[in-house]
Design a protein around this ligand. Structure first.
Ligand SMILES: [Zn+2]
Ligand SMILES: [Zn+2]
Length: 237
């Protein structure tokens, strides 16, 4: 069985009381954290003094998806005395440089890796494949993660793109962003989806279950759609 806990699911600004992006995937003792935005580490610390996480995978270097890596680093440098090993960090291609822009000492503490577009890698006992998605001009990825025959797909932050139905093809669960009220309010290169577009990608993928995320409180969702909330736990099957 694979279990998903939505640690945080706010968009670029926090929903009231909310944490930013962080999704904990667990199976057979392997623990994989997908994205690590502000508020995620504090939430995890409510459950255990310092979280024992095997690997963290980051979709892109917008603050709401990676900001708590800095807090995680400071914790390891100052208070974590070997009781929780530092998780492996899996970053986008060229992510080492982005990481160094956040703080200088990451590689003293964490095993750091860069994944490659479309090439499966193993993290926390999951097979993970990253695929580039459309997020303005930024290098950004969605993930497909599988273990024990269960498959979860995650859009990260993405505009409409053929990558989404590929990532989520026949997945048991598709966690897909729907940040916008209408498809393209800002014009220009797309960076996010409206909920109808998330549904379109889900249907094109033939996935089993759609969970909408990264949704601002100010933009209520059609009640027929299932929406992530902080603390939500579900089985991926
Ligand atoms: Zn975001
Ligand atoms: Zn973003």
């Amino acid at each position: 069985m694979v279990k998903l806990t939505v640690v945080g699911c706010s968009p670029a600004w926090p929903n009231p009381g909310g944490a930013h992006s962080g999704y904990l995937l667990e199976h057979d003792g392997g623990r994989l954290l997908v994205d690590c935005g502000p508020g995620v580490l504090a939430r995890l610390r409510r459950e255990e003094n310092w979280p024992r996480i095997d690997a963290i995978v980051i979709t892109h270097f917008h603050l709401d998806h990676c900001g708590d890596l800095v807090a995680w680093l400071w914790g390891h440098l100052h208070v974590v005395n070997g009781d929780a090993p530092a998780p492996a960090l899996w970053l986008p291609p060229s992510g080492r440089a982005d990481l160094a822009n956040l703080a200088s000492r990451f590689e003293e503490v964490f095993p750091v890796h860069e994944y490659a577009d479309g090439e499966p890698f193993e993290a926390a006992g999951f097979e993970v494949t990253a695929e580039r998605v459309l997020h303005y001009e930024l290098l950004a990825f969605g993930f497909r993660a599988s273990a024990n025959g269960s498959v979860l797909a995650y859009s990260g932050d993405s505009g409409p793109s053929d990558a989404l139905p590929r990532l989520a093809e026949d997945a048991d669960l598709f966690v897909c962003e729907a940040t916008l009220l209408a498809p393209n309010p800002e014009g220009g290169t797309r960076g996010h989806l409206a909920s109808d577009e998330a549904v379109e990608a889900f249907e094109a993928a033939g996935a089993k279950r759609l969970l909408i995320t990264h949704r601002p409180r100010e933009r209520p969702l059609d009640s027929t759609l299932e929406q992530a909330h902080d603390g939500m736990e579900l089985e991926v099957k």
